[in-house]
Ligand binder design. Structure first.
Ligand SMILES: NC(=O)c1ccc[n+]([C@@H]2O[C@H](COP(=O)([O-])OP(=O)(O)OC[C@H]3O[C@@H](n4cnc5c(N)ncnc54)[C@H](OP(=O)(O)O)[C@@H]3O)[C@@H](O)[C@H]2O)c1
Length: 226
């Protein structure tokens, strides 16, 4: 499948590299190709420059948000949560129409420092905002409840015996995303229901941050025991 990953950070890179390894034709989207390739220092979180990563993964394409989305049969939103609506506007509503749009972003608000808050929270979610802004896209929220490395390699913690969630209004779109998750090694996938349930996924970030501080590692996840 042709997949557009909108976002050049650690999440976009990790998902793009894994999806390419799984046999998909993947293009990463960025605002400004030249600016992205010209960066030569790590970002605030210490993520190395994009060009260094891309030199090792030249088979992953690099394009503008709009070019990547236009070419993709499925689109992944891996952009900064507070900028996701702007980034997806750059991708273009027409280029998202009818397509599965996998939203892995968390709307983290660092304006009050660390730990970040969420905006929106509780009575709305980023997943719902994206679905409202792009009504013809088939938004599926997932993977926002785990660290990047765990997203694509659940077996790295607890032998993979833990849980990932799906939220979305389109059952067929959730089936497509569920198959991608299974290919990445996820076995316990819980479909929470419509996109409104993205609120609960995003709000798990509060406890994820507590656990990060307490455990001193991002290599963990929760398991829903029935
Ligand atoms: N890190 C994790 O383990 C983890 C886990 C779960 C979920 N998430 C979520 O995954 C998403 C991606 O995280 P990340 O750390 O990889 O990347 P990030 O630094 O949060 O976002 C980088 C991307 O956002 C785009 N961007 C930033 N400001 C923008 C603006 N004003 N307009 C348009 N686009 C803008 C950048 O575009 P350019 O390419 O043009 O620079 C870049 O592609 C976030 O929402 C994060 O909360 C992260």
């Amino acid at each position: 499948m042709k997949i557009a990953v909108i976002g050049t950070g650690s999440v976009g890179r990790t998902l793009a590299g894994t999806l390419e390894t799984l046999g998909h034709q993947v293009t990463i989207g960025t605002r400004d190709i030249a600016a992205t390739l010209a960066r030569d220092t790590p970002d605030q979180l210490g993520t190395p420059p994009f060009a260094l990563w891309h030199a090792d993964r030249p088979e992953v394409g690099l394009a503008t948000f709009a070019e990547a989305a236009a070419d993709g049969e499925l689109v992944v939103n891996a952009t900064s949560g507070l900028a996701s609506l702007e980034a997806l506007s750059g991708a273009g509503a027409a280029n998202l129409a009818g397509k599965v749009l996998v939203d892995v972003a968390n709307p983290l608000d660092y304006s009050q420092g660390f730990p970040p808050g969420l905006d929106p929270v509780d009575s709305d979610s980023l997943g719902e905002r994206i679905q409202r802004a792009f009504p013809e896209a088939r938004v599926v929220k997932t993977l926002c409840t785990v660290n990047t490395k765990v997203m694509v390699d659940p077996a790295r913690v607890g032998g993979g015996e833990h849980t990932i969630f799906l939220s979305g209004d389109d059952a067929e779109a959730k089936a497509v995303v569920g198959a991608l998750l299974a290919a990445m090694g996820w076995r316990d996938i819980i479909d929470l229901g419509g996109i409104r349930t993205a609120r609960g996924q995003e709000m798990l970030m509060r406890n994820w941050l507590n656990l990060l501080t307490t455990l001193g590692t991002a290599d963990f996840n929760i398991k829903v025991v029935r």
